[in-house]
Design a binder for this molecule. Structure first.
Ligand code: ASP
Length: 451
């Protein structure tokens, strides 16, 4: 049995809906279909999720709600019309979104998640109706009925472990299941969404709960590539690599799959196949467990770079002799609810790297003051606009000279490395550079390891 997920570009219009249905119906093992909200139809278009966010803001600010509502409904209406579905489904969709507004939670954060979820929810209803109209038994399933329970972290939820037991019952139905991605319910009954792009996470959870043979993730590229095609021309496709490698590359900015989508399937070893809705004959990229991947003949499988980091540099003379200093320092971040990414250290210094998005300026100021006042440090200062460049490949393990080649590539490109970090698994080496150097760094490393 296969769990198959389609992203926003695969659901953008009626033409795409037809492709999705053809893909689903071409293989009887494709029993559980997870869908995103309709995405962009072209470069200047807007995703339905963004239209819904705009609609929620319009409701809050007392703007022209009916115009913003019709913009959303219009996207579904065009799809329904072109698929020759009964018009009543459009009325149902309009009524659904209107009732979310009517019965809204006064807490905007809760209301916003409820609105965002309408994108995938109605997309799934439309897809189920379309499959039925083509004479195939398909059923929309509400994540609430199926038991997809999430933590109460609005806009950034995580699955609650009990969901896996509850979701196991899904295949008892004899029809194709169409399941909306991106959201579930808190134990209090509120709609909660994952972070953006989170339909990938729903697919991973269902694949794990149902013990699928494969999790097929259909998007708009033939493969995952060794580097961002917007930075490097015609990068090498990656036919197969491991969960660990994909995890490192997603962390480093590869956006083809949500960073948290692999977590549910990782421990079960369920393979993930990234494929193209617009070219379903391409085999795509397989992501598998380490023991299922043949030994890599190349040291590096991919290169990624992500901006938006900052570093808090802390210096205290004789820091290495002070027992508990690191704990006290990190405790300040814990108490301020800021997640740190890395902590490279020297004898008397430690640098804490955090994502700027996770630490707004007033929090940062408080953290700096607390470090200065309570830890007796000699200096603490922040450097913003940093990027992290990741060199990833299981073939690097125990390989001699990789860091030297990378450093030489940076040298040739005139890029200063301000941090190097390598974990014990040796599956990646991470370089800190200024944000402006992120793209040139990817190019330089690509030339060194692939050209
Ligand atoms: N529609 C949501 C977004 O745009 C979730 C998804 O597509 O996976 O972020």
């Amino acid at each position: 049995m296969k769990v198959i997920k389609f992203g926003g570009s695969s659901m953008a219009d009626a033409k795409q809906f037809k492709k999705v249905a053809n893909i689903v119906l071409s293989d009887p093992e494709r029993r559980v279909v997870v869908v995103s909200a309709p995405g962009k139809r072209g470069d200047n278009d807007t995703k339905v999720t963004d239209l819904l966010i705009n609609l929620a803001g319009t409701v809050r600010d007392g703007g022209d709600v009916s115009a913003a509502l019709e913009q959303v409904v219009g996207r579904y209406a065009a799809i329904a019309r072109d698929l020759k579905l009964d018009r009543s489904i459009v009325d149902t969709i309009r009524a659904d979104i209107a009732s979310r507004i009517e019965n809204r939670n006064p807490d905007f954060v809760r209301f916003l998640d409820c609105m965002k979820a309408a994108g995938e929810d109605n997309s799934a209803k439309l897809m189920a109706a379309y499959l039925n109209s083509r004479g195939h038994k398909a059923e929309y399933v509400d994540p609430k009925d199926a038991g997809l329970f999430l933590s109460e972290e609005f806009g950034n939820a995580q699955v609650l472990p009990k969901s896996y037991e509850l979701l196991k019952k899904l295949p008892e139905r004899d029809s194709i299941i169409v399941f909306p991605g991106f959201f579930g319910y808190s134990e209090n009954g509120d709609v909660v969404t994952f972070s953006r792009g989170g339909s990938d996470v729903t697919g991973g959870i269902l694949a794990a709960a149902l013990g699928a043979d494969v999790y097929e993730n259909f998007t708009d590229v033939d493969f995952v590539y060794a580097a961002n095609p917007h930075i490097v021309d015609n990068p090498f496709p990656i036919p197969l690599f491991t969960y660990e490698e994909m995890r490192e590359l997603s962390y480093g900015g590869f956006s083809v799959l949500h960073e948290e989508a692999l977590a549910p399937v990782y421990s079960l070893g369920i393979p993930v196949n990234i494929r193209n809705t617009n070219n379903p004959d391409a085999p795509g990229t397989f992501i598998v467990a380490d023991d299922k991947a043949p030994k890599s003949t190349f040291p590096v499988v991919g290169i990624a770079a992500d901006k938006g980091f900052m570093t808090i540099h802390v210096y205290k003379y004789m820091m290495n002799r002070e027992i508990g200093f690191g704990r006290r320092l990190l405790q300040i971040l814990e108490e301020e609810a800021v997640s740190y990414e890395h902590t490279p250290s020297g004898i008397d210094s430690i640098s804490i790297i955090v994502r700027e998005a996770n630490c707004p300026p007033e929090k940062l100021e408080r953290i700096i003051a607390r470090i200065r006042d309570s830890l007796g440090v000699n200096s603490v200062h922040v450097v913003k606009d940093q990027a992290i460049v990741m060199l990833v490949g299981r073939g690097m393990t125990k390989s001699v000279g990789i860091a030297a080649r990378a450093a030489e590539a940076f040298n040739r490109a005139g890029i200063n490395i301000n941090m190097i970090n390598q974990g014990s698994s040796e599956v990646s080496i991470m370089f800190g550079v200024e944000a402006k150097d992120a793209k040139p760094a990817v190019k330089a490393l690509y030339e060194e390891f692939f050209d």
